[in-house]
Design a protein around this ligand. Structure first.
Ligand SMILES: NC(=O)c1ccc[n+]([C@@H]2O[C@H](COP(=O)([O-])OP(=O)(O)OC[C@H]3O[C@@H](n4cnc5c(N)ncnc54)[C@H](O)[C@@H]3O)[C@@H](O)[C@H]2O)c1
Length: 315
């Protein structure tokens, strides 16, 4: 049994990660300021003696947690609507937050994993994106607080490893979906499902031919845990995502079919800096972790639609 800190554990991905770690019998300390996460996402663990929740903003020095074995750093709003609401705080979360978790790792000699993102590739000029691609990022745009914040955090992780020998792991997560996504996060999967269930027109940005790849959260969490368990020599960065690409139009049709909805599509201009395509190369994940996604889009969408249905029905 390990003592494990998960920052951002009350969020979408973090709560699934905690669920898996608790099932494995570990002691988990969740640190979250509940900015975009919710206590509902972790309420099933609240009575467990192996679980502690600390409401705290990682922009500020971490509370005393004692000796820990592993730290997963997931705290950061992930959807543009949320991270652009207070861009300076988002940037601080990435940079100050990374410094604070790295200091905890240095003090306790814990392994520390950074949840980085495909956004470090920006609007990529290379497609699909291998980890060796250094990206095409606008440093002054409205997405920069997130993209450059995550890039800066990666820099800090690798500098801590070089300067102090800190045991780091960096993963770059591509679009992930599943139950416990924030229904109002403005991202395409939640938008389409919520709109289809409410029989409203589906909002498609641009002409809908831009592509994304979507990974089901259960698959992703398996990859995150495998990365943490890998030998210390494997620092990453490692892409984790689903390489199956879809256009937004294809996704819209699939959601309409699965929700038995026949509402229309409403086209809007593309938001500033929106990447036109995104697809991970996951050869490194397969070579080092024997990981690849197994849940098909239809199966994942079914579980996600069921979750949103319970939200709408207020269950
Ligand atoms: N969901 C995706 O598709 C995706 C893709 C790439 C990377 N990621 C990364 O994975 C991580 C988790 O993403 P998610 O989709 O679960 O997002 P989320 O918004 O659901 O979860 C983030 C959690 O971090 C907490 N948080 C935010 N700022 C904080 C702060 N300053 N101090 C403490 N807690 C704070 C929030 O309250 C929330 O519980 C993020 O770091 C995100 O950048 C997610």
């Amino acid at each position: 049994m390990k003592r494990i800190v998960v920052t951002g554990g009350a969020g979408f991905i973090g709560s699934h990660l905690i669920e898996r770690l608790m099932e494995q019998g570990h002691e988990v300390i969740c640190i979250d300021n509940l900015l975009t996460g919710s206590s509902e996402n972790i309420e099933q663990h609240q009575t467990s003696p192996n679980f502690t929740f600390i409401e705290h903003d990682i922009v500020y020095a971490l509370p005393e947690v004692g000796q820990v074995d592993e730290i997963y750093n997931l705290a950061c709003p992930a959807s543009p609507v949320h991270y652009q609401a207070d861009p300076i705080h988002t940037f601080k979360t990435n940079i100050m937050g990374a410094l604070h978790v790295l200091e905890l790792a240095r003090k306790t000699d814990a392994k520390v994993l950074q949840a980085s993102t495909s956004e470090v590739y920006g609007d990529p000029l290379v497609h699909p994106q291998p980890e060796t691609y250094v990206g095409h990022v606008n440093p002054i745009g409205i997405r920069s607080c997130y993209d450059e914040g995550k890039r800066g955090a990666e820099t800090l992780f690798f500098d801590y490893a070089r300067q102090f020998g800190t045991k780091i792991k960096v993963i770059r997560i591509f679009n992930t979906y599943g139950p416990r996504m924030h229904p109002e996060d403005g991202r395409v999967v939640s938008n389409f499902i919520m709109q289809a269930l409410k029989k409203k027109p589906l909002t498609v940005y641009g002409d809908g031919h831009q592509t994304r790849s979507f990974c089901y959260v259960g698959d992703l969490v398996g990859g995150i845990i495998k990365m943490m368990a890998s030998p210390d020599t494997l620092q990453g960065p490692i892409n984790l995502g689903n390489p199956n690409e879809f256009t937004m139009l294809e996704l819209a049709q699939q959601v309409l079919r699965m929700t038995n909805s026949n509402t229309s599509l409403q086209f809007h201009p593309l938001p500033s800096d929106d990447p036109k395509q995104r697809q991970p190369v996951i050869d490194e994940a397969f070579a080092h972790l024997k990981w690849k996604p197994t849940i098909m889009l239809e199966e994942g969408l079914r579980k996600t639609i069921d979750y949103f249905l319970t939200k709408i029905e207020g269950k």
